[in-house]
Write a protein of this length. Sequence first.
Length: 311
Amino acid sequence: MIPRLIMLAFALLALGGCVTYPDITQSRSPCQGEPGGWCGFVRGAAVESYPYAIAATNAYQGDSDLFDDTGSRLVMIDRLPIAPEDAKTGFDYQLFALYGDDDAGRPGAVPVARIVAFRGTDFDGVADVFYGTLRSDQIDIARRYFTAERERFDDAAAWHVAGHSMGGALATEISIAYPDVRAWLFNLSPFYRGESDINAANRTLINERGEALRTLRKFRSDPAADVFIINCRPQKSRFSKHSVRKLADCLTWIAAYESKDALGVVRANAIAKPDVECGPPDKPHPGRTPAPHPVCAHQSRPDKVPDPAAD
């Protein structure tokens, strides 16, 4: 049954064109007097989530579109080797330490959390679809490696998981199996298998409005979580919007209105403003500034730039 749903969903994606209906919240700019035109609850979610979005992006080791500088708080650390029989299913992950402000370089500093970030689906790998979406192979593998990583450390650091697309589905499964684990999910694949109400308060889901897997969610709903729909690039195609790197860029930019570390990441990686935000494309990020803030009305359809990923 699930294979038929997937085939139907992707057929609908192909037929549906590139139209993204306006996000009322963004297009009407209810918070145009706030920094960057972003509402306070959105900025708060971005401050909490941007390190996890960066981790989910850099779980795609070997890809070209990674963060060269992950900031002063997030550090990739050595993970356990993945057995060849597990790797052939498409399973992969990276391990990160998340520190408090200015703690990463301090001798003897203990991270506030360790993050297992699962690699997801970028539409180029068939293995992810057949082993992760349709069968439980990757779920069992993910649980085994997560358990093994936890057993390596005996300090007080919390354990969190993150993932994009199918990696988010694996992170969902870990959060269901371990009630003490917090999960951060981005442009999530809805084909998880567990009971999604379990540990719902410890999950945060952030999707870019109009991204490709929106159609799949008509057949299976997202897990219970705090859900945010961010309208960053309304003129792009749904497949372009599935990119975790672009969503991470958007969240980091928004967070930089409140966070010194996020601002450092924006500047170190030359992150451009989200298309929807007011101002020219090369607008420099102002960082945290005192009120009153200049009016910033979001653009529901910015000047259309040719999108090479358009379907």
